[in-house]
Design a protein around this ligand. Sequence first.
Ligand code: ADP
Ligand code: MG
Length: 260
Amino acid sequence: MSTATPSAPVVVEARGIRKSFGDVEVLKGIDLTVRRGEAVLVLGPSGGGKSTFLRTLNHLERPDAGTVSICGEPLGHLERAGRTTALRERRIAVQRRRTGMVFQQFNLFPNMTAADNVAAGPVHVNGVPRAKARADARELLAMVGLADKAGSYPSELSGGQQQRVAIARALAMSPDLLLFDEPTSALDPEMVREVLDVMLRLREEGMTMIVVSHEMGFARAAADRVVLISDGVVVEDQPPESFFSAPQHERTRQFLGRIL
Ligand code: ADP
Ligand code: MG
């Protein structure tokens, strides 16, 4: 069940995002609006710019053109009285905290326990006292089904457990938005389910999410919209039922023909 409504506030507003690497234009003007509580699944051919686009949403990648606003605040620059001023890196770092990101390769700190991985952001970035941050971390780990793993190091955890720690770590910063970049692609099949279950629960709790994934199960069970990014643009943007059964564009039909 969707928690989003057509009038829910806009969390992500991407307009005309362009990005080139050398001579190759990877993003050719991406537009996307995501409202509070929506879960948007992004599909597209490998190398089509999905990761690059996600990275522009927290300014890990600076677009060459276009703007991204998160909860109404433009990323990377200030617009005031019709003038645009670039923000300093420190200010951009503060903006970035509103967006949590979960990667294919977990990216946990190997020398820290699960609880300390989750507590690190609150302690070092937000200045939360360590005891409080650890207590919060234990609650978040319990929420992702890892109450008994708080003291374990990443090397002692399975891939699915590590990815759930990574999700708890992203949640610890109370983000307005969670970005998932192929979160289950590095997992053995039997671990995919436990990560998807956590994502489904987050969505039921109303978390705003953009998910790059080829998990059709997630698409059907949890996505409010499915978006196809191909050749640097948004080709199709539909609720899952129409995306899969009645896509508007030939390119979407070709893509579905290859993956289904
Ligand atoms: P996807 O996630 O859809 O597979 P990516 O966004 O990772 O696609 O990559 C899109 C294209 O941009 C690919 O051709 C990739 O090689 C290129 N690319 C991505 N990041 C960089 C970079 N930092 N430098 C140069 N080329 C890059
Ligand atoms: Mg990618």
